[in-house]
Design a protein around this ligand. Structure first.
Ligand SMILES: *Cc1c(COP(=O)(O)O)cnc(C)c1O
Length: 423
């Protein structure tokens, strides 16, 4: 006989969770630590630990340079093909290389150059986008000679994406519409298909940053006709700190776009050492330098866990977890001054929830240092709680909220300065 917010309810939900057994496939070094930052750095899969050992001792250690012909050279495509399944793309449409920032830069410049030939020069984005992505877009514009411009469409409330305004500004000069599919702060999720179609109707290309979506929800790039996409592998894909990122280019665009950072790995015949650059056919032209074999190979086990779970099931668990957290927020946290800085409706919300509090930064410090909870914080006042459906449990949410309440009701955050830099 409990309410939908008590511990019994959480334990029952964990019991009934079909994905619960997958938690054991991760290294959980500290059972007491409540980890709510899997949207920033996913946990370490056990299989990745084993693979790391094999890569070092069996491959690098024993095979030495022969490793390049025994699978290393193909890793950008082979890991890309696995990620393609998570994206609803074809295997030859996804490549793993560089970081998300670099891939965004490469694809943005490639798109701008293609569109310049059609007299289009404007990039459209929003102010919910990851600020670093905006810097990359500005760099791309400067590198293209500064003749194009960036329109940053503001969100009215900082939570919901300005969908109508975005479609309203698309015009015959728009070269590219680029957005974070799931926004990094509020967790708002854009209607990918609708905006892709709107961009196409006006002749613009679309580039989605999928960093906070991939591995947390079904994606259907093929069906939506998406042109370009990039994203991280170290968040819900659990690829490891700083693991290289993916880029997606729709097949029919691949040979019409040029890699602005051309180098030997994207060359059709890298070992000819020809003085004339000839781009490789297909997506491989978007490689620049030598693939980071160790970190690249270690992405695969995390992706396989996502595929084993199934993105529909991951999404449905993420909705369950966030629904539970919202109930707790409404009944227990809202009365203590926490505001909801994420959309209320699960249909337009990703797998993390932001709660605002004027003392957010100090509360965050107390959670980390005194309460054994790892959330994260996004300025100015957002506690961001990541719910990674592969391993986050309902009971973790219950306990995290309990500790959060204790921090506030007992004033445990008072000893922290509001000025400290965020770790
Ligand atoms: C995490 C994240 C990035 C990170 O890019 P890096 O190049 O790996 O530092 C970029 N964009 C978005 C939207 C992100 O959430």
């Amino acid at each position: 006989m409990g309410s939908q917010t008590d511990l019994t309810y959480a334990l029952e939900q964990d019991q009934a969770d079909v994905l619960a057994p997958l938690r054991e496939r991760f290294v959980i070094a500290d059972e007491q630590l409540l980890y709510l930052d899997g949207n920033s750095l996913g946990r370490l899969p056990r299989e990745t630990e084993r693979l790391a050992q094999t890569l070092l001792s069996e491959q690098w250690g024993k095979r030495l340079i022969r490793g390049w012909n025994e699978g290393w050279m193909a890793l950008p495509e082979s890991v890309g093909a696995s990620i393609a399944q998570v994206l609803g793309a074809d295997p030859d449409e996804v490549l793993v290389a560089d970081s998300t920032s670099i891939n965004l830069l490469k694809l943005t410049i490639a798109a701008l150059r293609l569109q310049a030939s059609r007299g289009r020069s404007e990039i459209v984005t929003d102010d919910l986008n990851f600020p670093s992505d905006i810097s990359v877009l500005q760099s791309a514009l400067e590198l293209c000679g500064g003749t194009s411009h960036l329109s940053i469409i503001p969100s009215a409330d900082g939570i919901y994406g300005p969908v109508a305004e975005l479609t309203g500004v698309l015009n015959e000069e728009t070269a590219l519409l680029t957005l974070s599919h799931t926004t990094f702060k509020s967790g708002y999720v854009y209607p990918l298909e609708e905006l892709t179609s709107a961009a196409h109707e006006c002749g613009a290309l679309v580039l989605w940053d999928l960093s906070h979506s991939v591995g947390a929800m079904p994606l259907a790039l093929r069906d939506a006709g998406v042109d370009l996409a990039v994203g991280c592998t170290y968040k819900y894909l659990n690829g490891g700190p700083g693991a290289p990122a993916f880029l997606y280019v729709r097949r029919d665009l691949q040979e019409r776009l040029e890699n602005p950072l051309a180098a030997w790995m994207g060359h059709a015949h890298p070992f000819d050492f020809s003085l004339t650059y000839q781009p490789a056919p297909g997506l491989r032209r978007f490689l620049t330098g030598t693939p980071p074999v160790l970190s690249l190979a270690l992405i695969e086990p995390g992706v396989r866990l996502v595929l084993e779970a199934g993105t529909e099931r991951l999404r449905s668990k993420a909705e369950g977890l966030s629904g539970y957290l919202l109930d707790l927020w409404e009944h227990e946290l809202a009365p203590m001054g926490f505001t909801l800085n994420s959309p209320r409706e699960s249909a337009v919300r990703g797998s993390h929830i932001s709660l605002g509090h004027p003392e957010g930064l100090r509360i965050d410090q107390a959670l980390i240092h005194d309460m054994h909870v790892l959330p994260d914080f996004r300025a100015p006042d957002n506690l961001r709680l990541g719910l990674a459906p592969l391993y986050t449990r309902y009971q973790d949410i219950y306990h995290a909220v309990k500790r959060l309440k204790q921090v506030v009701s007992e004033g445990l955050y008072h000893k922290y300065s509001a000025q400290v830099s965020v770790t």
